[in-house]
Design a protein around this ligand. Sequence first.
Ligand SMILES: NC(=O)c1ccc[n+]([C@@H]2O[C@H](COP(=O)([O-])OP(=O)(O)OC[C@H]3O[C@@H](n4cnc5c(N)ncnc54)[C@H](O)[C@@H]3O)[C@@H](O)[C@H]2O)c1
Length: 332
Amino acid sequence: MSDQTAIGVERPLRVGVAGVGVMGSNHARVFAGLPGTELVGIADPDGKQAEFVANTLGCTAVGDIDALLSLGLDAVTIAAPTHLHRDVALACIARGVHVMVEKPIASTVDEGHEIITAAKRAGVTLMVGHVERFNPAVEAIKDAIRDEDILSIGITRVGPFPPRMSNVGVVIDLAVHDIDLIRWFTDSDIVEVQPQLSSAVAEREDIALLQFRTASGVLAHINTNWLTPFKARNVTVATRGKYVMGDLLTRQVTECFGFQPDGSYSMRHLSVGHAEPLRSELLAFLRAVRTGAAPAVTGEEGVASLEIAARCLASRPIAAPAVRKGPRAVAG
Ligand SMILES: NC(=O)c1ccc[n+]([C@@H]2O[C@H](COP(=O)([O-])OP(=O)(O)OC[C@H]3O[C@@H](n4cnc5c(N)ncnc54)[C@H](O)[C@@H]3O)[C@@H](O)[C@H]2O)c1
C-alpha cells in the first residue's frame, strides 16, 4: 500500500490501530483528528471495546490484524500487549504497511531485532512509541542542555500500582521510558548498569533503583516504583554550567545558572509548549512515512533501551522478603 510520493499529499494516509485498550484508544482518537489522515479501522479481539472505540470515532471495528490489514492501510499503530508486538508487526510489515509500535518495541531484544530486520527488508518505516520524548517539558530540558557538558541525570517516575497488572514489572513498564531519555539527553549509549530491584508487593519487581554510566561519562539514576500513592515524574540534569529541573506532569522546567564563587546563582523558568505528546509523536511518525526520512525514534533506539532494561533485570536477583508480608496494609 506504500506510495511515498502520493500518500498524504494527493490522498489522505489510511491508518489503523491494532489493540485499542488504554493506549491504543488514545492513538485512535489522535489519528481520527489529524489532517491528511483517515482512521480507517481498529482491531481488537475484545469485541465490546472495539465496537465502542469504532462507534465513537467513526471507523470500522475488526477482531484481528489480518482483517485490519485487508481494509487497505498505509500505516498501523501497534498497541496490543507487548508479547504480541513481534507477530503483529511482522504481519503489517509483510503487507508493506508502515509500523508505529508502542514501547517497549517487543518482549525480547531478539524479537526487536526481528522487527527491525523485516522493516528494513520491506523498506517500511518503523518507529517506536517512546512518547515521553515528545513531552514539551522533556523537549525544553533537551533544549536547555543541548550544548552543555552534562555531568549527571536523575529521573524519578513513581506512582500507584496500575489498575490491571500486566506480566511485566516496573523496569520494562516504566524505567524503559527513562532509559530512552538518558540515551537521548546524552546522545550516548549506556555502558554500565548497577540495578537494585525489589518486589515488595507484586510477583515482579515493583521497586527499582537503577544507576548507569554512559559511554560519554555521564552518571544517571532512575528511581521508579508502584508504591507511591500519587504519580510523580521529575528530571534533574547537572551540567558544568547549569542545573535543570523539570516536572514532566506540571510541565514546569527551571534552570539555575551563572554560578558565582560566593555561591549565588541565577534562576529562570523556561518556556514550555503545550502540545499533546501523543499527537506530536504520531505527526512525527506520519512525517517519516510521507517523506521516507528516518523516524524520530528508530527501531534500533527502541531495542537499545530494551536491551539496557533487560540487563538491569538479568544482572541482579530480585530482593524479596524471605517471607512475603502480603499486600500493602490498607486503613479502614
Ligand atoms: N507509551 C506509553 O506511555 C505507554 C503507556 C501504556 C502502555 N503502553 C504500551 O502499549 C501497549 C498496550 O498497553 P495498554 O496499557 O494499552 O494495554 P491494554 O491491556 O489496556 O490494551 C491492550 C489491548 O490489546 C488488545 N489485544 C489483545 N490481543 C490483541 C491482538 N492479537 N491484536 C490486537 N489487539 C489485541 C486487548 O484486547 C486490549 O484491548 C503495551 O505495549 C504497553 O507497553 C505504552
